[in-house]
Design a protein around this ligand. Structure first.
Ligand code: PGA
Length: 244
C-alpha cells in the first residue's frame, strides 16, 4: 500500500502577509495519514519552516547541480538545503524545463543525484507538451525524461523519489487530463520502474482542483497530486481531505 502524497507548489507567489495568512490557514488542519509537502518561494522558507505545523514537510523549488559551494551567484546547493532542515526538492518542473531556464535532462539528473547524496528526497517532474501528445510522442518523451534516472540510480535511491506526471498542456490552464488519460501515463511510468513498481509513488499535476481530485485519486496508478494554483488557498485543504 503506497502512502498518498500531496505536494503544494507555491511557485513564484507570496508576500510576507499572504504567506502568513496561508500558513495560518494550513495550520487549521492536522494530518498524519498522508505525506504533504509544501514548496514556498525560497525567501519564505524560513518563516514557513518555523510556523507551519508538523503535518507538513517542506520542499525547495529548485537547487544547484552540486554541493560545491562557491562562486555560483544566485544558486543554493543541496547541502545548504539539507542543513537548513528542508527535506524535499522539486526537480524538473516543466516551467524550469521549458519557460524559466531550459533545463536539460542531464542537468536535471545532476541535480537529482547531488540532492539524493545530501539526503534530500526528490519530486521529479515529467510531462509532455501538447505538440508531443498530438504527435503521439507522449510515452517516448516521458521515457527520455526518465532515462538517466532509470539507468543510473539504484533501488534505494529510486525509493527516495516521487515522480510527478504533469502534462504541460494541463498546467495552470484549467484543462486537466482525464483520469483515464492520466492513469494510462502513470501505468506506463510504473512499468518503467518495474523493479519497484509496487512502492514508487507517481502523482499527477495539472489543474488539480477539489472538483476533479476524487475521480483522479480513484485511479489505480495515481498516488496523489502536485498542486499549483489551488495550493495557495483553502482548496488545498479540500484536496487533502479528498485524498486522505
Ligand atoms: P496547477 O500547477 O495546479 O496550477 O495547474 C501544477 C504545477 O505546476 O505543479
Amino acid at each position: 500500500m503506497r502512502k498518498p502524497f500531496i505536494g503544494g507548489n507555491w511557485k513564484c507567489n507570496g508576500t510576507k502577509q499572504t504567506v502568513k495568512n496561508l500558513v495560518n490557514l494550513l495550520n487549521t488542519s492536522f494530518n498524519n495519514k498522508i505525506d504533504i509537502v509544501c514548496a514556498p518561494p525560497v525567501l519564505h522558507l524560513d518563516y514557513v519552516y518555523n510556523n507551519l505545523n508538523e503535518s507538513y514537510k517542506l520542499a525547495i523549488q529548485n537547487v544547484w547541480t552540486s554541493s560545491n559551494q562557491g562562486a555560483y551567484t544566485g544558486e543554493i546547493t543541496p547541502d545548504m538545503v539539507a542543513d537548513f532542515g528542508i527535506t524535499w526538492v522539486i526537480i524538473g518542473h516543466s516551467e524550469r524545463r521549458h519557460k524559466v531556464a531550459n533545463e536539460s535532462n542531464k542537468l536535471l539528473f545532476d541535480k537529482v543525484t547531488s540532492s539524493l547524496n545530501c539526503g534530500l528526497k526528490v519530486i521529479y517532474c515529467v510531462g509532455e507538451t501538447l505538440k508531443d501528445r498530438e504527435s503521439n510522442s507522449t510515452f517516448s518523451v516521458i521515457k527520455s525524461q526518465l532515462n538517466f534516472l532509470l539507468n543510473n540510480l539504484n533501488y534505494t535511491q529510486l525509493n527516495d523519489i516521487v515522480i510527478a506526471y504533469e502534462p504541460v498542456w494541463a498546467i495552470g490552464t484549467g484543462r486537466n487530463a482525464t483520469p483515464e488519460q492520466a492513469d494510462e501515463v502513470h501505468a506506463y511510468i510504473r512499468s518503467l520502474f518495474y523493479q519497484i513498481k509496487d512502492s514508487i509513488r507517481i502523482i499527477y499535476g495539472g489543474s488539480v482542483k477539489p472538483n476533479n481530485a476524487k475521480k483522479l485519486i480513484e485511479m489505480p496508478n495515481i498516488d496523489g497530486f502536485l498542486v499549483g494554483g489551488c495550493s495557495l488557498k483553502k482548496d488545498f485543504l479540500d484536496i487533502i481531505n479528498i485524498v486522505k
